[in-house]
Design a protein around this ligand. Structure first.
Ligand SMILES: [Mg+2]
Length: 301
């Protein structure tokens, strides 16, 4: 079997090369420059049993998550969500109303109307969302722009979702922040916009784990990573913070302190966790090799 990212690269070569001016495969979202500005497009599916264990989380939570993971990819471009369409594939007894309760709550919270979709029967539940977004008065922030010397920042603490899943599996109390982070991740649109306006050179959302996702950003930019420390969420372990994934906070690089742009929007200052370096293969945490990317990767033949 081969990993998701090698499979994506193979499939990319089978597809027509996008026209100049189109940002295609290889970032959190694609983008095209229209006369009125940049339109950003992304799609992400949530699969019951793979992305969410329905014994531990409700169908409404799965619906929330399907919207939230797409909003997070839009936010990672420094964009705002515009609208979504949803395909639901599932068995006839799927509780669509409960699923759409969560979808509707997230759509309202992130001001992203659901404007269409498709319902089809199938053996397992899959909720696939396609979402557009816009970059008002600016350019999308790609993964490719980090330069040696840029500070590396995250917009929140890490590992909470992985810790929440661990607690749920052990049947521990369900009121914690960590469990909420697992069930209802809250992507950071305002922070993504603040980072863009603060001059972020590259940005990605943490979906597969900090080490894996920062690795994608570093690979795309051709820089190394020297991390000093990682903000670990309350109740999470360092390992969960580095490799757990599903945090849906943003990681970005910037040449100067971005705090003012965050303060102007009433947002907490992002946490500087390290520096981009000129040695592309470098992946360090406190001077030691960053634990191997780990993180989540789907497998393909
Ligand atoms: Mg992403």
């Amino acid at each position: 079997l081969t990993g998701e990212f090698i499979a994506i690269e193979r499939l990319r070569r089978l597809l027509p090369v996008p026209a100049p001016g189109v940002l295609g495969i290889g970032d959190d979202a694609a983008a095209i420059l229209l006369p009125a500005g940049w339109l950003v497009t992304t799609t992400d599916a949530v699969v019951a049993g793979v992305h969410a264990d329905l014994d531990l989380t409700g169908l409404d939570d799965l619906g929330w998550k399907a919207i939230a993971v797409n909003v997070s990819d839009i936010a990672a471009m420094g964009a705002r969500p515009l609208q979504a369409v949803i395909t639901v594939v599932g068995p006839p007894d799927t509780d669509l109303d409960r699923l759409y309760q969560g979808i509707a709550e997230a759509a309202r919270r992130y001001e992203c109307p659901v404007v269409g979709g498709d319902l089809a029967n199938g053996p397992g539940l899959v909720v696939s969302v396609a979402m557009t977004g816009t970059v008002p008065d600016g350019e999308p922030v790609r993964r490719t722009g980090a330069r040696p010397g840029d500070g590396i920042y995250v917009t929140g603490s890490l590992g909470l979702s992985a810790a929440g899943l661990r607690m749920l599996r052990k049947g521990e109390k369900e009121s914690s922040l960590a469990v909420a982070a697992y069930r209802r991740p809250t992507p950071e649109v305002a922070a993504g916009e603040a980072a863009r306006l603060a001059g972020a050179t590259a940005m990605i959302d943490i979906s597969d784990g900090l080490a894996a996702d920062l690795g994608h950003l570093a690979d795309a930019s051709g820089v190394g990573l020297a991390l000093d420390e990682v903000p670990v969420g309350e109740g999470a372990t360092l390992e969960e913070a580095v490799a757990g994934g599903e945090d849906y906070v943003l990681a970005f690089t910037a040449p100067s302190d971005p705090s003012a742009a965050f303060a102007e929007r009433g947002l907490a200052a992002p946490v500087r966790i390290g520096t981009a370096t000129a040695v592309p293969a470098e992946r360090l945490l406190a001077g030691q090799p960053l634990p191997a990317a780990g993180g989540w990767e789907h497998q393909w033949r």
